[in-house]
Design a protein around this ligand. Structure first.
Ligand code: FMN
Length: 221
């Protein structure tokens, strides 16, 4: 059963499920905490968004308002990314926030001209740093862990963005070499996802999910 609320009606505020003490906003106090108290949130009389609501309510958004995203909000997204689990806590990631139209254009071209990449006010390019992870974990680190770490970080960004009233779309279809050139990535640093971010200008439709019966088994296949 999925939350069917349109994006516009959802509270732009997330709360931690297990312990408030582990929420970045609480850990940092001050600035982050204040920022999470978004005005749109107050006007709806909502205090926080449950994690399950964020997980089930998030949709890929491919059309954005031109309204810019405050830099403090962008920092909240990246901060959330850094709380993702990471093999050996190596955190082999970099986050390039592309706001320059020329850079976004190159990224869109790399992404086979997916319009949302150029249209979004900001595009976060999530990069995996193979050179940071290889010394400890060898080929498994390079071929698996750094992709898993960055995927977890990407999901954190999508969820916190949604909780703040922002729309995102995970972009994986792109020419990696072109994307590398667009952000001037050094050797051994792989762009693994682009995340266009912006205030949604569309109400997304519900997406089908496979029923648990089809995908879940106990103990063995
Ligand atoms: C690894 C990965 C790559 C994706 N690449 C693209 C992409 O290049 N372009 C796009 O529009 N959506 C892309 N998506 C988004 C999926 O199409 C979307 O998540 C899926 O259709 C489910 O819809 P939802 O995100 O609204 O739940 C990608 C998602 C993932 C996880």
């Amino acid at each position: 059963m999925f939350v069917s609320s349109p994006v516009e009606s959802l509270s732009p505020h997330i709360g931690s499920v297990d312990s408030k003490a582990h929420h970045p906003a609480v850990l940092k106090q001050g600035r982050s905490l204040r920022l999470l108290r978004h005005p749109a949130n107050v006007s709806q009389g909502e205090d926080r968004m449950e994690l399950s609501e964020a997980i089930k309510g998030r949709r890929s958004i491919r059309k954005y308002k031109t309204q810019p995203i405050p830099s403090e909000t962008v920092q909240l997204l990246i901060e959330a990314a850094t709380y993702a689990p990471s093999a050996g806590n190596i955190q082999p990631w970099h986050f390039i926030v592309a706001e320059d139209p020329a850079v976004k254009k190159k990224l869109a071209e790399a992404a086979y001209n997916q319009a949302q990449v150029e249209q979004a006010p900001a595009v976060i390019v999530v990069c995996a740093d193979e050179q940071q992870i290889s010394p400890r974990y060898g080929s498994r680190g390079k071929n698996l862990y750094c992709l898993q770490d960055t995927a977890a970080a990407t999901q954190n960004i999508l969820l916190i963005a949604y909780s703040l009233g922002l729309g995102t779309c995970w972009i994986g279809a792109f020419n990696e070499e072109q994307a590398k050139q667009a952000v001037n990535a050094p050797e051994g640093v792989r762009p693994v996802a682009m995340i266009p971010v912006g205030y949604p200008d569309v109400v997304p439709r519900q997406r089908m999910r496979k029923p648990l019966n089809d995908i879940m088994r106990y103990d063995t296949f």
